[in-house]
Ligand binder design. Structure first.
Ligand code: KG4
Ligand code: ZN
Length: 337
């Protein structure tokens, strides 16, 4: 079995995956959302200190499996440097003391493998990854054959939900809060611009939409002056504009990519409005839509472990002294290739 550790942001998580069956024998995640909510976003140093408490606690619970490990997998990029290092230090210690290989895992590849938790992998696949840090369409042909077909030029989808929630004083993280409010809102009340609507570019951009939302909130007198219905209407109109943007650019990719299987992954793929919109789009284009169970959309070690099983078979190992965080600019590809 493989022990996997995820600490790229504000979730401490450890999983044990059986190599031959992909069975998840153990999986636990401790989210720090509540502790960061007071600050309106993730505070890196607080996050790393909480990992230093939570990761050893979870590891203790996994103790019954620790003598049967064949490898240890660790997220080493992209993410917050100080939080990645907490997990990396733990993984290195386990690899050295148990004399087992260490498998560094790219967090975004982990999100893609959330689709295959406790299942056979099925490739090739087109993937729309929508998380707190990234928005990308990726052609996935193998563990190391991943090609980014479209990426965000500024904010990510998850970030735009978080910022919209923050502008209305709704709390952090904003994704599920906005989705919830939107169910009671009028999506046509605000005519927010669909980003890059008239552009041939196959790329994403969410900062213009964020400004339009900000202006609408200011026009209503600010968050304090807004009624609950105003907030619901802003949430619904914003969510509709984001979704139309994603669909419009996805259509362009669909027109040029023959791969029949399409998947939504990442924290924002838990959004049911976005999922339903993609069900329709896939039907229209003759594609089959795949999604991960809701509990595996946000960050978790089970997806890291599932990727690691494939990496183990291909012996994609690294010596502990070689494994470091890989720092990339936020809006770069995240080094996916
Ligand atoms: O993948 P993830 O857990 O962490 C990163 O790798 O970034 O994604 C977290 C992001 C947050 O921005 C959060 O607001 C967003 O996913 N999110 C959602 C929903 N649930 C989480 N966005 C839209 N709708 C949701 N239901
Ligand atoms: Zn993530």
């Amino acid at each position: 079995m493989i022990l996997s550790i995820e600490s790229s942001c504000d979730d401490s998580s450890i999983a044990i995956t059986e190599i031959d069956t992909y069975k998840l024998l153990f999986h636990k995640k401790i989210s720090q959302e509540q502790q960061h909510a007071a600050y309106g976003g993730v505070v890196p140093e607080l996050a790393s200190r909480l990992h230093a408490i939570d990761l050893p606690n979870i590891l203790e619970e996994a103790r019954p499996y620790l003598n049967d490990l064949k490898a240890v997998a660790i997220t080493n990029q992209p993410g917050l440097g100080v939080t990645l290092l907490e997990g990396i230090a733990m993984a290195k210690a386990i690899a050295v003391t148990q004399a087992i290989p260490l498998i560094p895992v790219h967090h975004l590849k982990g999100h893609i493998y959330s689709l295959f938790i406790e299942k056979e992998q099925k490739l090739p696949l087109l993937v729309l990854l929508i998380s707190g840090g990234h928005t990308q369409i990726i052609r996935v042909e193998g563990l190391e054959q991943m090609t980014i077909l479209a990426t965000s030029m500024d904010d990510s989808v998850g970030e735009s939900f978080d910022k919209t929630a923050k502008m209305m004083n709704l709390g952090y993280p904003g994704g599920s809060i906005i989705e919830q409010l939107a169910t009671e809102g009028d999506a046509d009340r605000f005519d927010f611009p669909v980003p890059l609507r008239n552009s041939k570019l196959i790329a994403f951009s969410l900062s213009g939409l964020k400004n339009a939302v900000r202006l609408a909130i200011e026009g209503l007198g600010g968050a304090e002056a807004m009624s609950q219905q105003d907030k619901c209407d802003v949430a619904a109109s914003f969510q509709k504009a984001v979704t139309l943007h994603l669909l419009q650019k996805s259509k362009k990719i669909f027109a040029q990519e023959p791969i029949k299987d399409f998947a939504l992954v990442g924290g924002a793929s838990a959004n049911l409005y976005i999922r339903q919109a993609y069900e329709k789009l896939c039907e229209e284009f003759g594609k089959t839509l795949h999604t991960a169970p809701l509990r595996y959309c946000s960050d978790n070690a089970a997806m890291i472990g599932r990727y690691a099983v494939e990496a183990y078979h291909q012996e994609l190992f690294a010596h502990p002294y070689e494994v470091d965080i890989v720092t990339t600019q936020k809006h770069e590809s995240g080094g996916l290739l």
